[in-house]
Design a protein around this ligand. Structure first.
Ligand code: ADP
Ligand code: MG
Length: 750
């Protein structure tokens, strides 16, 4: 017997070739294929007598084949199948192109239903390339043709996204009998109350109507139901994760007003109102014994770092440890420098741990940096002598196998027993707070795993109390604003803090798209800026000239090495030009950044490695080559590298691309100063799939569209919340639990 969980290779009609194709599309079971929805419908419901067909209109006719034969066009040698079909009112010529096999199934005397456009040639009107379906004698004898008896014509016909070269015709041929078999037999996972309340189509009806709708209105209604269902499961998964987290215990770090005041006084500037508000929200969370799970959102340069430092300081002063992770090594080093400097008066030890080298530094008491061995550092993290550990998240987060296996070996070398500590790397004595910088692609699964990995099975922290293992508070930070729809769904387990204003006195960065003819002018301008003591970034899309991407060389794109040669030798022979890219050793990178910061390098030619976070107040010019190669958010990040002081800053965009879309994107950058406005634009141009990496999660198209629909998102969120309030464990809804499990297995919320 076939059930919903039957795997598709057990369906006799689906041969091994098709099984493979379906698997590639993520369709493994009967349920999966029933949930593979059409993306549009052809309206072939307009059944007319042949005498009434109209030129250029799509219509559907029904009649008997009087003649059918193949031929080839004289010029192009294209296969042509011509037929004459007749009904009581008249006859019409039919022409199919490139489908000679049709004569094998359609024979003279057959009764057929055909749907297509009526066209005209020298020989008169004809039906061009129509969809067809043979009528069985049984269907004919029933005389009144109920529309649902037909599959490919004579009705609203589903058209599926044709991935893996699976034709819609084939999918209809498979789906219809399956749908008939399961008609009224599938239990609806959504609670009846919610279906009634939201006026949704019940599952069985919705499944039928989304594939073979009786009307467009019903198709729409079915789509709405499934959009609701998809969002419902996303939110259920996310909110349940949150509930789970709330039941866990964290170490409370009560707000230490005295220390915090001393800290803000020690800053060379006043905090903005938004910084204060965000810090307050975070500090309040830290004071609770329920784990914080908060996202701090603020445009580039809005000053998230100091807020994070306040949180870390407060945590440490409560006797706990904190860790700060950032995506790149350069950024971790910058954080280490800045944070150890800011916290110098507070007698806190800050350490840096990087992935590629064994060089480590620890800073304690004296305002200087000392190097210590990794062994010593790990020991000191473990015994609690190090208060704040800074590193890349690749190193500490459990998801990166490449780096972690590297680190694994390291641990063995130092006499650690990897088996005992399982996958994990660093062991803390009492980790109270995890801060993750620049992490807008951080899914709930990763967040959940991160929290868990510090406790439960891996015993990341030995810090326990009567409530069991304590898990650390989590603060993530991003400059990519999250639209409200996403904040309520895939980021629904996070509390949000926003920094909406930039520090006072910042000037608007002048952004220009520079015409190729004005290149020299830009170079002259750069010379003048450097004379004033300013620094310049030149960003190129790739490292070397012959680099390949997707197997194709980027012949037309500027390369760092080439550009460096040109700028240092020809254009600015008297200025100090440096080069930075990801293939350099991290020691070299570090030196280059240091030289750039102190002015030993005045112009830095770089790849996108400088994209996030880098803070060099003297930098006032950002020149971007091949700007069309970068996304809007990325360009905005580049631009955020300048304009970090009171000096006027500039961003120059160069592109050879004539494409209109490129222009549109770059113009958006010129027009919008704020990352928030820009992300709205980006959302319109590219959609959430690309920007937030949601595409990789395996969320179906219907849900992707639904993710843009705020009223729907709010409605589902409300339903899920009500449901979980009444029954947090979903004890009364075994089906829902079951489906949620399947959903979690399929969707990767990371
Ligand atoms: P981001 O939010 O992009 O991480 P940073 O934290 O790197 O921004 O801050 C950017 C720069 O602004 C830093 O040099 C920082 O010292 C400075 N800064 C932060 N807050 C303020 C403020 N309230 N007033 C003036 N400058 C500030
Ligand atoms: Mg930052």
């Amino acid at each position: 017997m076939i059930t919903l969980s039957t795997s598709i290779d057990k369906i006799p009609k689906i041969g091994p070739v098709y099984v493979k194709k379906l698997h590639k599309m993520g369709i493994k079971t009967v349920q999966d294929i029933l949930y593979h929805f059409p993306h549009r419908y052809d309206d072939f419901s307009n059944l007319v007598p042949i005498s009434k067909v109209k030129l250029n209109q799509t219509c559907c006719i029904q009649g008997k084949i009087l003649e059918i034969k193949n031929s080839r066009t004289w010029k192009k040698r294209m296969a042509i199948t011509q037929a004459i079909v007749e009904d009581k009112t008249g006859a019409i010529r039919i022409v199919w192109f490139n489908q000679p096999y049709l004569t094998k199934s359609l024979k003279i005397g057959d009764n057929v239903c055909l749907a297509g456009k009526v066209a005209l040639d020298k020989q008169g009107a004809y039906l061009s390339n129509p969809a067809y379906e043979k009528l069985s004698p049984k269907e004919l004898s029933s005389r009144s043709l109920a529309p649902y008896n037909l599959t490919h014509v004579g009705r609203l016909v589903p058209v599926y996204p044709e991935t893996e070269k699976l034709s819609s015709r084939w999918l209809r041929y498979i789906l219809k009998p399956l749908l008939l078999e399961f008609r009224n037999k599938i239990a609806d996972p959504l609670p009846e109350k919610i279906i009634k309340q939201e006026n949704l189509l019940p599952l069985n009806n919705a499944l039928w109507q989304i594939h073979f709708p009786d009307s467009m209105a019903l198709a729409k209604k079915a789509q709405n139901r499934f959009a609701f269902e998809e969002l419902f499961f996303i939110e259920l998964a996310v909110l349940k994760e949150r509930l789970k987290l709330n039941q866990k215990a964290a170490a409370a770090a009560p707000m230490n007003i005295k220390v915090l005041k001393k800290f803000t006084k020690s800053l060379p500037f006043k905090l903005t109102d938004d910084q204060k508000k965000s810090a307050w929200q975070i500090l309040k969370d830290l004071g609770k014994s329920m784990p914080m799970n908060r996202l701090l959102e603020g445009d580039v340069g809005s000053g998230k770092t100091v807020v994070a430092v306040m949180a870390a300081l407060n945590t440490v002063k409560a006797g706990l440890q904190a860790t700060i992770m950032a995506p790149t090594e350069i950024l971790t080093k910058q954080h280490f420098k800045e944070i150890s400097h800011l916290l110098y008066p507070f007698k806190i030890s800050v350490a840096l741990l990087t992935g590629k080298e064994d060089k480590l530094a620890s800073k304690k008491l004296k305002n200087e940096t000392i190097e210590i061995s990794r062994k010593k550092l790990l020991e000191n993290v473990k015994n609690g002598k190090i208060d704040i550990l800074i590193g890349t998240h690749a190193l500490i987060s459990p998801s990166s196998s490449r780096v972690s296996s590297f680190f694994y070996k390291d641990l063995e070398e130092f006499g650690f027993k990897p088996k005992k500590i399982k996958k994990n790397r660093v062991k803390f004595k009492n980790l109270g707070l995890v801060i993750i910088d620049e992490q807008h692609r951080f899914g709930i699964e990763q967040r959940a795993r991160l929290c868990e990995s510090y406790s439960e099975d891996t015993k990341f922290s030995d810090y326990e109390n009567s409530k069991g293992v304590l898990i650390p508070h989590l603060l993530s930070m991003t400059a990519t604003p999250i639209p409200r729809t996403l904040a309520l769904t895939i980021y629904g387990d996070l509390d949000l803090s926003l920094i909406n204003e930039l520090p006072k006195g910042r000037k608007k960065i002048i952004t220009e798209i520079v015409a190729p003819a004005d290149r020299q002018k830009t170079y002259n301008f750069i010379k003048k800026e450097v004379k004033k003591g300013r620094r310049v970034f030149v960003v190129c899309p790739r490292i070397e000239k012959n680099e390949k991407k997707d197997g194709l060389p980027w012949t037309d794109v500027k390369a760092v090495k080439e550009e460096y040669e040109k700028l240092s030798k020809k254009i600015f022979p008297n200025l100090k030009v440096g080069m930075l890219h990801g293939k350099l050793k991290s020691k070299e990178k570090e030196k280059i950044m240091r030289d750039f910061k102190i002015g030993k390098i005045e112009i830095l030619v770089s790849t996108s490695v400088i994209e996030v976070g880098i803070d060099i107040p003297e930098a006032t010019v950002m020149m971007i080559e091949g700007a069309d190669r970068f996304g809007l958010a990325q360009l905005h990040q580049f631009r955020g590298r300048v304009g970090r002081s009171k000096h006027q800053s500039y961003c120059f965009l160069f592109t050879d691309s004539p494409s209109k879309k490129t222009r549109q994107r770059l113009k958006a950058l010129v027009k919008c100063e704020s990352g928030f406005d820009l992300s709205e634009q980006d959302l319109k141009i590219r959609g959430p799939g690309e920007i937030y990496g949601v595409r990789q999660w395996g969320i179906p198209d219907l849900a992707m569209d639904a993710l843009k629909n705020l009223p729907l998102v709010e409605k589902t969120r409300e339903s899920v919340k009500q449901l979980l309030e009444q029954d947090p464990e979903l004890k009364k809804f075994p089906l829902l639990r079951e489906r949620l499990k399947g959903f979690r297995a399929k969707i990767h919320l990371e």
